[in-house]
Design a protein around this ligand. Structure first.
Ligand code: CP
Length: 307
């Protein structure tokens, strides 16, 4: 039995297989419409979500399976003090696979030790968000035709942004990838990403605070939200929240074939006037999230690709 807790749980080869399956699902959705008939996905979301939870549910329904679960800790027995380990022991009796989001780093790992069914980390605190990373990889490969030889700009809250941490760890496995890390000083990537991931693997990167100067270099611009829920005090959040606002004027500085990604939700960091730009790919990215989660559910359940 396999779980997905970290974006590196799948090798580069396995990740390509998963992305190939997701691309085939995109092209031939009807072929996959019954492959998970009789299977159930449990979505255990202790933290708010729109895309991740609903795209997981859409994914399982598209595969012919069923879904059950809860969308907040308050609506589950966690509110009465039940532990994650007890909850997943019980859910293992009701479902075939679990997708879990939790505000505590490592909660899905704990769940994987006690569940008797596969556990997928759907985001744990400021740590990892591996299915967002798979979504990002599928989006980048679909739009650019490759995962190597790219200059990727990551902009915004790089300190608390789990999608950023997961994407960096995943992308360093492809050759000739460079990073431009664009953030205010206070929101720079944690030292373990800088030292243990980027520097340990000799990955070229620069840390800058000026988005305009970075724009012309980029093949991908990955915008992120400054996350109010991760700040310890409101003053810091208010001071930093509008550090970067991508607008039409900034887009004029970018290459014609650069794409803008964002895991969403956005607040102010991308002006809605950018949405009409063909390089704005964040809503397409949300659609890719369904295909990749369909491929992931099939893979972890050991469902064979239909002929
Ligand atoms: N990208 C993402 O994780 O969105 P949600 O918080 O809406 O799930």
């Amino acid at each position: 039995m396999r779980h997905l807790l970290n974006p590196l749980d799948f090798s580069v080869e396995e990740t390509y297989e998963l992305l190939d399956l997701a691309s085939d699902i995109e092209k031939n959705p009807e072929k996959y419409s019954h492959v998970c008939a009789g299977k159930k996905l449990a979505t255990l979301f202790y933290e708010p979500s729109t895309r991740t939870r609903l795209s997981f549910e859409a994914a399982m329904l598209n595969l012919g399976g069923s879904v059950l679960g809860f969308s907040s800790a308050d609506s589950s027995s966690a509110a009465k003090g039940e532990s994650v380990s007890d909850t997943v022991r019980v859910i293992s009796c009701y479902a075939d696979i679990i997708a879990m989001r939790h505000n505590k780093e490592g909660a899905p790992l704990v769940a994987s030790h006690h569940a008797t069914i596969p556990v997928i980390n759907a985001g744990d605190g400021g740590h990892q968000h591996p299915t967002q990373t798979l979504t990002d990889l599928l989006t980048i490969r679909s739009l650019k035709g490759r995962l190597d030889t790219l200059t990727i700009g990551l902009c915004g809250d790089l300190k608390f942004g789990r999608t950023v941490h997961s994407l960096i760890e995943a992308m360093i496995r492809y050759p000739h990838v460079k990073f431009v890390l664009i953030s205010p000083q206070e929101l720079r990537v944690p030292s373990y990403i800088r030292e243990d991931v980027l520097e340990a693997h000799n990955i070229p990167y620069e840390e800058v605070d000026n988005l305009d100067l970075a724009m012309p270099k980029l093949d991908i611009l990955y915008m992120t939200r400054v996350q109010k829920e991760r700040f310890f005090n409101e003053e810091d959040y208010i001071r930093l929240k509008d550090s970067y606002i991508l607008d039409k004027k900034k887009m004029e500085l970018a290459k014609a074939d650069m794409f803008v990604l964002h895991p969403l939700p956005r607040v102010n960091e991308i002006s809605t006037e950018v949405d009409a730009d063909p390089r704005a790919a964040y809503f397409r990215q949300a659609q890719y999230g369904v295909y990749v989660r369909m491929a992931l559910i099939m893979t972890l359940l050991g469902v064979k690709k239909p002929c």
